[in-house]
Design a binder for this molecule. Structure first.
Ligand SMILES: Nc1ncnc2c1ncn2[C@@H]1O[C@H](COP(=O)(O)OP(=O)(O)O)[C@@H](O)[C@H]1O
Ligand SMILES: [Mg+2]
Length: 277
């Protein structure tokens, strides 16, 4: 393991301390600690069902833990008033696990949707903002296409244009590469980097694609069993040889994450006398 990220609050945009979350009797986070540095791209990796999406929802205040702190810009999210929570959410762009476009609206209206919902901006301003965001993702010419007319990569880029419509300080990408062909994947990858570098947007990237993560992430947290089990830059982590990273990055079926889902005695289940084989 490498040194923890600096905990100086000005360098840290998201600070998680002692986060403990139990859902349906299952401990998702077990006193989780991590710091997301401002202005950087931080990847969150870990086995399916480990709580990556849940962590993003704690950051936006859509879910709250049972104990502990999840602060964004020094404000503990569970303590925010409804009004301040909405203000915070306007500063966070969220790219959902599927692109989640509204199928009855064209590309332009999908990107305009949050502006129409949350502001009373005049039409001419809405038009300028939407076209600027579509230009940023290379799809200004696709403004009048319907979602069914888009490829998977285009849909992801429209969702990205919508996620940046309020000029967020922080973007959360939940598995943005799933289902994309290599060309589309590279386009999304390039956009993530461009938005981070040119607009200075802090990015949190949940992804499984190690090569892509190595390409863009400044820092990686590997989460399993409710805790950070490894962290560092992607290249170092992939080669550090610990059982966690070997299983996760090496794709070994068994390791610290057991192949067998917890179960009762196998012999008993099969009806053998004495309960074992
Ligand atoms: N709202 C919820 N209520 C109960 N359990 C949930 C809820 N959301 C997620 N879970 C459970 O929490 C665990 C982590 O889910 P999730 O954050 O989606 O994992 P990941 O994104 O890492 O694949 C899973 O076991 C899931 O079934
Ligand atoms: Mg998920």
């Amino acid at each position: 393991m490498t040194d923890p990220v600096s905990s100086r609050s000005d360098d840290t945009i998201v600070r998680v301390r002692g986060l403990t979350t139990v859902l349906n009797g299952k401990t998702i986070f077990d006193s989780l600690d991590l710091d997301i540095p401002r202005g950087k791209i931080t990847a969150i990796m870990g086995p399916s069902g480990t709580g990556k999406t849940t962590l993003l929802k704690h950051i936006t205040g859509q879910m709250r833990g049972d104990r502990g702190e999840v602060s964004v810009d020094g404000q503990n999210v569970p303590d925010l008033s409804r009004e301040n929570l909405f203000r915070l959410r306007e500063r966070i762009g969220y790219l959902f696990q599927n692109s989640a476009l509204l199928t009855d609206f064209d590309v332009f209206e999908n990107v305009a949707f949050p502006l129409r919902q949350h502001t009373k901006l005049p039409e001419v301003l809405i038009r300028n903002i939407v076209l600027t965001k579509l230009q940023a993702v290379g799809l200004r010419g696709a403004a009048r296409l319907m979602p069914t007319e888009l490829s998977g990569g285009m849909a992801r880029r429209v969702a990205l244009a919508r996620a940046i419509v309020f000029d967020p300080a922080l973007i959360l990408y939940d598995e943005p590469f799933v289902g994309l062909d290599p060309i589309a994947l590279n386009q999304v990858l390039k956009l993530i980097r461009t938005l981070n570098k040119t607009l200075g947007i802090t990015s949190i990237l949940v992804a499984h694609e190690l090569a892509a993560v190595q390409h863009v992430a400044d820092h990686v947290f590997l989460i399993a069993n409710g805790k950070v089990v490894a962290q560092g830059d992607a290249a170092t982590l992939a080669n550090d040889g610990s059982p966690w990273t070997r299983q996760f990055f090496g794709g070994e079926a068994d390791g610290p994450v057991p192949f067998q889902y917890p179960a009762g005695d196998y012999g008993t289940a099969l009806g053998f006398p004495g309960g074992s084989l």
